[in-house]
Unconditional design. Structure first.
Lengths: 304, 291
């Protein structure tokens, strides 16, 4: 694997520059709707109940019940724990909204490989279209790269043809060089299992369980790894920042970053997702404000 | 020795516990009659109002659930801080009025007393306005007042401090969070009040103070669905009608009074529980009695 050292200062400056794009009116309307269609509506709590997941699924299909000119898009997927996949499937079957499930010993990944593989296999068997796996950070940080790569390959073979999102947990990796190395490792490991179609493999920043989660520089490093893989092979890997993106404005900043790093090809839910829950309502608030020219209250929207 | 250069204060907005410049970058001039100078104040925009509402909304549950006793202590603390800055506030009152120094200090003192008055009411409102209601049946029937929520406050130009303090303290002592639009013609005392509030242990976002023109802000305040009530006095008939129409969409409470400038001095009238009551929602509970 070729090392790609990262210039941290330039990276942070470049990432910060995307927050200063002026996105107004028409472009803003489009951007907000696009961002809404890219949301992986997520609930990953110990307290998740079937009814909570059902209501989340209904929200995923129809994010807002009010009347709005030009109907709102559905979100891309609902992301839940494996136990709740069958519940989500009852509601989402045939709607076009995908079911994503975290698996492989989420969020720590500190379980024996056999347990993690069975976890992923059962989630797929229950009906998950996409599996969000965590890498073995313990092994990665100890330098056992081949072990990590082999595990990714095994998970990929286990869940295929379900799509796979590989969570790096950037907040635990320490610096940008390591994030870049983990991104390259994940992409190459997944690619080595056979031909992959565009959007079949995603890399994802975080579990959302630790802070910092998806910071803009971390996302940028990962986008650059995706770009370099695309230049080298022509294959489009997807990207999913998750955790900490709560505001519509932050979503627009990310879209600007994706567009200027990877181009328009990636501005689709097939290749870019937001792992979020409260972001949805803020996107809705902004979309409706642009339509009605008045601010909505938090209680105008269902819980996400 | 080189001559010393005065350090002039930058007057800012007070939003979410921070002193910030307007997002608009705009300012408007106000004559300081006593100093013969011009002061530039931030001209708050729609987005500053939005930020204030966000701050007030997130401060809502904490302030509403604080005990009346604690809210009273904090209001009393505001009175203490205002007492410390009595002379400075007197100066600020002189910026936009022709009051004599004695009259100005009288207004400051009355404002301090008003804060102390409402501080006293804050843990008594519930007993006075709520209570157990007699019902024909084996039930307890209990009425509990709860704060309305986020309250926008539009005080008159005169008396610049006393009216603003009275209109602010009433919803505040009942557990509402507030957005105060400083009087357009005479905004300095209210702006200075922000500095007093910032040092009185008032949680961030519970009081937000905006300077600027009413035309810029009042309509957006009426439209914003997260604002639950607006308290205003002496509005022009047309403005009031428009305000009521726009507020109706979100079923906002509009509390409007016509008050003459001298009437604000009547402490018993202006510092009564009936000035707090418009910013309370009455919740009534039925509960079977034991027998």
């Amino acid at each position: 694997m070729v090392a790609h050292p990262v210039d941290a200062i330039m990276l942070e400056q470049r990432a910060a520059s995307f927050t200063r794009r002026s996105i107004k009116e028409g472009a803003k309307k489009q951007g907000l709707r696009l961002a809404l269609s890219m949301v992986d509506l997520t609930t990953l709590e110990g307290s998740d109940s079937p009814e909570k997941v059902r209501s989340l699924c209904r929200k995923a299909i129809r994010p807002w019940e009010g009347d709005i000119e030009q109907p709102l898009p559905s979100v891309a997927a609902v992301c839940v724990y494996p136990n709740l996949v069958p519940t989500a499937k009852e509601i989402l079957e045939g709607t076009g909204v995908k079911i994503a499930s975290v698996a492989t010993g989420f969020p720590s990944g500190q379980y024996p490989l056999s347990v993690r593989l069975r976890d992923a296999a059962e989630a797929v068997a229950a009906g998950a279209d996409e599996i969000d796996m965590v890498i073995n950070r313990g092994a990665f940080l100890a330098g056992r790269d081949e072990e990590v790569a082999e595990e990714i390959r095994e998970v990929r073979s286990t869940v295929h043809p379900a799509h796979l999102k590989i969570i790096l947990e950037t907040g635990e990796l320490g610096n940008y060089d390591t994030i870049r190395r983990a991104s390259d490792l994940a992409i190459e490991a997944a690619a080595s299992t056979g031909p992959i179609r565009d959007g079949e493999i995603f890399i994802k920043t975080s579990t959302g369980k630790i802070a910092p989660a998806a910071t803009m520089p971390a996302v940028l490093v990962m986008l650059e790894a995706i770009r370099d893989h695309w230049f080298a092979t022509g294959v489009r890997i997807g990207m999913k920042p998750a955790g900490g993106i709560r505001r519509a404005k932050a979503a627009l900043h990310h879209l600007a970053m994706v567009k200027e790093t990877l181009g328009d090809d990636w501005l689709t839910p097939n290749l870019f997702r937001f792992g979020a829950s409260s972001l949805t309502n803020d996107l809705l608030r902004q979309i409706i404000r642009l339509e009605r020219h008045r601010y909505m209250a938090a209680h105008d929207f269902s819980e996400a | 020795m080189p001559q010393r250069i005065d350090v002039a204060k930058t007057w800012k907005l007070y939003i979410g516990g921070k002193f910030v410049r307007s997002e608009s970058g705009q300012s408007f001039p106000v004559e300081h009659r006593r100093h013969g100078t011009t002061v530039h104040l931030c001209r708050a925009s729609r987005k500053d109002l939005r930020d204030s509402v966000e701050a007030a909304t997130s401060a809502r549950s904490g302030w509403a659930s604080a005990s009346g006793y604690l809210r009273g202590q904090i209001l009393y603390r505001m009175a203490e801080m205002l007492e410390c800055r009595r002379t400075e506030m007197g100066e600020a009152l002189g910026a936009g009025s022709n009051q004599t120094p004695k009259q100005r200090l009288e207004e400051v003192d009355a404002s301090i007393d008003r804060l102390v008055g409402f501080a006293g009411w804050s843990d008594k409102i519930e007993q006075i306005l709520g209570g157990q209601n007699p019902v024909p049946g084996p039930y307890y029937n209990i009425t509990v007042p709860e704060p309305t929520g986020v309250v926008g406050i539009v005080p008159p130009d005169k008396p610049a401090l006393l009216a603003a303090v009275s209109m602010l303290a009433a919803p505040l002592c009942a557990g509402n969070t507030t957005i105060l639009l400083a009087p357009e013609q005479h905004p300095l005392p209210t702006t200075l009040l922000g500095e007093i509030i910032a040092t009185s242990d008032v949680p961030a976002g519970v009081v937000n103070i905006l300077t600027g023109t009413r035309d810029d802000l009042l309509g957006h305040m009426a439209d914003h669905r997260a604002v639950n009530a607006i308290s205003a006095v002496n509005l022009a008939e047309e403005t009031l009608t428009d305000l009521r129409k726009r507020a109706a969409e979100s079923i906002k409470r509009i509390h409007h009074e016509r008050v003459t400038a001298p009437a604000w001095k009547k402490h018993e009238d202006r510092c009564s529980p009936w000035k707090v009551e418009p910013f309370l929602e009455m919740k009534t509970l039925w509960h079977p009695s034991a027998c």
